[in-house]
Design a protein around this ligand. Structure first.
Ligand SMILES: Cc1ncc(COP(=O)(O)O)c(C=O)c1O
Length: 386
């Protein structure tokens, strides 16, 4: 159990809530979830499902209608042929990390993964006794993979490569050229699986979404597992609904892991997901437009602060400014901002050692609160920055 890591966002949220209970007014920029409500027609479908008696177990891999709808959606959005038998529906996207790493990676194997990155990848790789091999994401390179690092990181022991685009915590996005370069490298290694975490695929500010799964030979009929879900796209974090799309033999193993843990995903939640996929998408578009306005506000404001430099994120809803010029290590600065400015954010180190020198601010909060947070941070930083 000592090898298992955690997500610092939840512990910072707990500390911020404790300060609020003491009467402090805290602005929450730490937690990675849309502040919008789930669209009405989706909520209505969930309520209707409960009233109609969808209160029982479902098939382990998901109700057939939802697996069909997800397969059709992925077929359209990634331009590949996907069948429902390749889809496993899970309570959130996270179990797909847990299950696929458990299913594919053995003790002594190596897993290539970005750093900084969502902390659960590293946690799970360590948990199964494998070795994480990091591909550093650098601000100078737009927080994208440097393909030379990927090439250098691969070894005979590599079993899995993890990709995440658009990325948490950096907002970096892999370009079509990056994907083409990665494809060339991976074509030489047909024994390596790819876990492509595409949970932010609909939260992209410019261009079309590019997935490695669209590349011939690297689709989910071969060796790529797409992780996606409803949490971020439809503001449904609390419903717990996600999925993986993968080769059929692996889908069968992952379904076995699910039967050993969750049994299945909540029946009414799955019906709500069906409404989300099949219904109007205007709420997704308006959330994206609002996130873009907030992104522009927070990036401009951060670049005005002493010692802070922030590049423009291309996707997701996180800013990942460099704060080295403030003269404070990231952990200390995050703590100082919570204690003295009442602004909760995360240290870049919560996402791995290459996150040092950065903070992660989630801009899933109102423009008023973001403006107020920037003002308060400015007051503290003009006092403590060197
Ligand atoms: C990169 C990434 N992948 C997966 C997830 C998990 O999403 P879910 O809430 O659907 O489990 C998150 C959540 O923050 C995330 O940031």
């Amino acid at each position: 159990m000592e090898r298992l890591g955690t997500e610092t966002a939840f512990s910072v949220l707990a500390k911020a809530k404790a300060l609020e209970a003491e009467g402090r007014e805290i602005i929450h920029l730490e937690i990675g979830e849309p502040d919008f409500d789930t669209p009405d027609h989706v909520v209505e479908a969930g309520c209707r499902a409960l009233r109609d008696g969808h209160t029982h177990y479902t098939p382990t891999a998901g109700i057939p209608e939802l697996r069909e709808a997800i397969a059709a959606d992925v077929t359209r959005s990634r331009g590949i042929d996907v069948g429902p038998e390749q889809v496993v529906v899970t309570p959130g996207g996270k179990p797909i990390m847990f299950f696929t790493i458990l299913a594919l990676v053995d003790e002594g194997d190596e897993v290539l993964l970005p750093n900084p990155a969502f902390p659960i990848y590293e946690s799970m790789v360590n948990f199964v006794g494998a070795k994480p091999v990091f591909v550093p994401l650098r601000q100078e390179h737009g927080f994208r993979f440097d393909l030379e690092d990927v090439r250098a990181g691969l070894s005979e022991c590599t079993r899995l490569v993890i990709l995440n685009s658009p990325a948490n915590p950096t907002g970096g996005v892999l370009t079509t050229d990056d994907i083409a370069g990665l494809t060339d490298i991976l074509r030489e290694r047909p024994d390596v699986y790819v876990l492509s975490d595409e949970i932010y695929s609909r939260l992209l500010y410019t261009g079309d979404f590019a997935s490695i799964a669209s590349e011939p030979g690297l689709g989910p009929d071969g060796r790529t597992i797409i992780l996606d879900g409803f949490s971020k796209t439809y503001a449904m974090t609390g419903w717990r609904l996600g999925y993986g799309v993968m080769p059929v033999p692996l889908a069968e193993e992952v379904a076995k892991l699910q039967v050993n843990s969750n049994s299945c995903t909540s029946a009414a939640t799955q019906r709500a997901g069906l409404a989300a996929l099949g219904g109007p998408q205007d709420a997704v578009e308006s959330m994206l437009a609002e996130f873009r306005a907030r992104r522009d506000l927070i990036v401009a404001g951060l670049n005005e602060l002493p010692g802070v430099e922030c590049i423009t994120p291309q996707g997701a809803f996180y800013a990942f400014p460099r704060i080295t010029e403030t003269g404070h290590p990231a952990d200390d600065l995050a703590e100082l901002l919570l204690d003295e400015a009442g602004v909760a954010c995360l240290s870049g180190t919560a996402f791995g050692r290459y996150g040092e020198g950065h903070l992660r601010l989630s801009y899933a909060n109102s423009r008023e609160n973001i403006a107020l947070a920037l003002e308060r941070m400015g007051r503290v930083l003009s006092r403590v920055a060197r």
